[in-house]
Design a protein around this ligand. Structure first.
Ligand code: 6PG
Length: 261
């Protein structure tokens, strides 16, 4: 059984860290958050972080809700956003923010003012996106495009990331930092960070697990560049760092993975 993580250099497409399984994927994700928070706390500021929806953050949340992580984390030094959201109330099982709150944020000593979910009621999606953009700017003064300390992303089997789905105009957004849009193939409304905001981050980390992701991961990392087909490829931080944390199953088709599990 493999236990150690190994790293593969994917040049301008990032660094790929392969871990044995989903459990270790969540451990690595939790450490990324802790390091970002520690770095910010050392500079006497709060780390501005975006969580994603999906399965890995769910498992990561379990780690944060339990010891030793619960006490280890500097909960007063974090501002939490979500990189995308479904147009449902916070208490809906489909809500990314709701899931994280029920999963761990309600059970750790983080102040409510540190949590910045999208508003998904009482206003229209467009306004919700604009309001969140303002909130992000308020907490990251001094830069034209706010710099998140860490943005965690998932990748769907269809290559989407955040709520940037294949063929949607949001993939090509250049001005707005956050948009609310209709995703026809889901017949649903989604709110999402846009490429300019994601690519301004100090660090972006994809968390990708499971055999169902193997083919798409290989297409995104080894295949030709086609943002409309593979929206995850649009993630290319301008000066920040791009890491893919993937498990053996997801890494099994990568060309550069010479040590396939
Ligand atoms: C969402 C997510 C989405 C997710 C991927 C991967 O709200 O739909 O933010 O982008 O991260 O679909 O999810 P899994 O890791 O569960 O496959």
């Amino acid at each position: 059984m493999k236990t150690a993580a190994r790293t593969i250099d994917y040049g301008s497409r990032g660094t790929v860290t392969v871990v044995p399984d989903a459990e270790l994927l969540a451990v690595h994700a939790a450490h990324l958050v802790v390091s970002a928070v520690d770095r910010a706390a050392a500079a006497d500021r709060r780390a501005v972080i975006a969580l994603s929806g999906g399965s890995t953050p769910k498992q990561m949340g379990k780690l944060f809700a339990a010891e030793p992580m619960r006490s280890r984390m500097a909960w007063n030094s974090i501002e939490v956003f979500w990189g995308d959201e479904r147009w449902v109330p916070l208490d809906d099982p489909e809500s990314n923010a709701g899931e994280a709150m029920r999963g761990f944020l309600d059970r750790v000593p983080v102040a409510k003012e540190r949590l910045h979910p999208f508003a998904t009621g009482g206003i229209d999606p467009e306004q919700s996106a604009r309001d969140l953009e303002q909130e992000i700017r308020r907490l990251t003064p001094g830069t034209a495009i706010p710099q998140f300390d860490l943005i965690l992303l998932g990748m769907g089997d269809d290559g989407h990331t955040a709520s940037l789905f294949p063929g949607t105009a949001a993939i090509h957004e250049t001005e707005r930092l956050v948009v609310g849009h209709r995703v026809d193939k889901l017949d649903a409304t989604r709110l999402t960070f846009t490429p300019p905001l994601i690519n301004a981050a100090r660090k972006v980390a994809f968390l990708v697990g499971g055999a169902s992701k193997a083919e798409m991961l290989a297409a995104v990392l080894d295949g030709p560049v086609d943002f409309d087909m593979y929206p995850s490829q649009v993630v290319r931080p301008r000066s920040g760092d791009l890491t893919w944390i993937v498990d053996e199953a997801a890494a099994s088709r990568l060309e550069r993975n010479v040590d396939r599990g």
